[in-house]
Design a protein around this ligand. Structure first.
Ligand code: PSV
Ligand code: MN
Length: 408
């Protein structure tokens, strides 16, 4: 196989079809996918954590692994952190350590779902003392943003109820709004607050931020720097996520993504594994929105259980790259023309043409031009990094059955 010839054939075909290949390549080189610190440590399901040999045991090892994924791909230069899982005394030192590994600290994710006091919720809890404790933690995370140079506070709440009548839904909504307004005031000047929603789990009767509409309405009340975070696993079956993305983009309220794939629920599987077409549709909305999508944060939220952690994260980043490449080669002028003509299947065919294109020669070329290996998965498999960390770190004694809920 001659990689250069493969690429030239594809580039010629795309150029003839009206695609500006240099622009597409420039956009792919500028792609930025953030990986999550919690994806590098041991994690599992509510039933069992299978410890992975070499899984990162602390934030330093997580940053080292993330640096490795970035070295392989060139498009994963930042890492989301989860507090207190990744808490350190010296945040400036941690940011420096990350820089040495070739990455930066990305979104700060507070955790107000793991401690005893949060059994009935955090910022929606019926007791003022618990709400205040949760707010204090969120404010602490704003300070961590300052010290690490992070621009994003990424919020998810496990708040909800399990039984009708358990608590006042309206009062909980009011508590939530008051708490977020208090936290918003503590954001660093250029910092943004991303509000994530989820329609179920761990509560099942109601969730306080159940869908994008509630997150959006809350963001509107808070101010311009509050936006919605779309976790692709947090929707009912059949939901058109690309439509939600289009709506939020058009309103300037799409803050970012937590990418993953799912078959049934919040499965946290490798993004693009079960849902390649959905991922493509999402990227089509992002690409076609132009500058409106400039500020969107592309983050992965996965926690792997049976698969090798580093390879899973690598594949996730590559799948985002593939989806983006396919979306970039859509012939948008032709699409608009067919849409205007009411050519239902003609317009659909324009999208399918891009989706069906083998973009691998293009991606190999882009990676080569970026000084990376054209096939990062092959490079990973030929490399001894995973074996080395398995040797150095061993297999952590992760818990067996009985872990409460989704363990990350
Ligand atoms: C909840 O399921 C979630 O999607 C939130 O983003 C959390 O921060 C993350 O997973 C880790 O538990
Ligand atoms: Mn998430």
């Amino acid at each position: 196989m001659n990689l250069a010839d493969d690429y030239q054939r594809l580039a010629d075909r795309l150029t003839a079809a009206g695609v500006d290949v240099d622009t597409v390549k420039a956009r792919l080189k500028a792609q930025h996918i953030e990986t999550p610190s919690w994806g590098y440590g041991n994690s599992g399901t509510r039933f069992k954590v299978f410890p992975w040999p070499g899984a990162a045991r602390n934030i330093h090892e997580k940053l080292a692994d993330a640096g490795y994924i970035h070295r392989l791909t060139g498009v994963a230069p930042s890492v989301a952190i989860h507090i207190p899982w990744d808490k350190v005394d010296d945040w400036h030192g941690l940011a420096q350590f990350a820089a040495e590994k070739g990455v930066s600290i990305g979104a700060v994710n507070p955790n107000v779902f793991q401690d005893e006091q949060y059994k009935l919720g955090s910022i929606c809890h019926p007791a003022a003392a618990v709400r205040e404790e949760a707010i204090a933690h969120l404010v602490e995370c704003c300070e961590i943003m300052q010290r690490t140079g992070s621009g994003l506070l990424s919020l998810w709440f496990a708040d909800g109820t399990n039984y009708a009548g358990q608590d006042s839904l309206r009062r909980r909504k009011q508590h939530l709004e008051a708490a977020l307004a208090a936290v918003y005031a503590h954001l660093p000047p250029a910092g943004r607050m991303l509000i994530e929603y989820k329609f179920f789990e761990p509560a099942f009767y109601h969730t306080d931020l159940a869908d994008w509409g509630m997150a959006y309405a809350t963001a509107l009340k808070l101010g311009d720097r509050a936006q919605v975070l779309v976790d692709t696993g947090h929707h009912a079956q059949g939901t058109n996520i690309a439509h939600i993305v289009a709506f939020l983009l058009d309103e300037g309220r799409l803050g970012g993504f937590h990418f993953n794939a799912r078959k049934y629920a919040d499965d946290d599987l490798i993004v693009g594994s079960t849902n390649p077409f959905e991922l493509f549709e999402i990227f089509v909305e992002l690409v076609s929105a132009g500058a409106a999508a400039d500020e969107v944060a592309y983050m992965i939220d996965q926690s792997h259980n049976i698969e090798p952690k580093l390879e899973a994260m690598l594949l996730s980043v590559l799948n985002c790259q593939t989806a983006c490449a396919r979306a970039l080669i859509v012939n948008y002028p032709r699409l608009a023309q067919r849409q205007a003509e009411g050519d239902v299947l003609g317009a659909h065919a324009v999208l399918m043409e891009a989706f069906d294109t083998d973009v691998r020669p293009l991606l190999r070329q882009v990676r080569t031009e970026m000084g990376r290996h054209p096939d990062p998965l092959a490079a990973y498999r030929a490399d001894d990094y995973a074996a080395r960390v398995a040797q150095e770190r061993g297999t952590a004694a992760a818990g067996g059955g009985g872990f409460p809920g989704k363990q990350k």
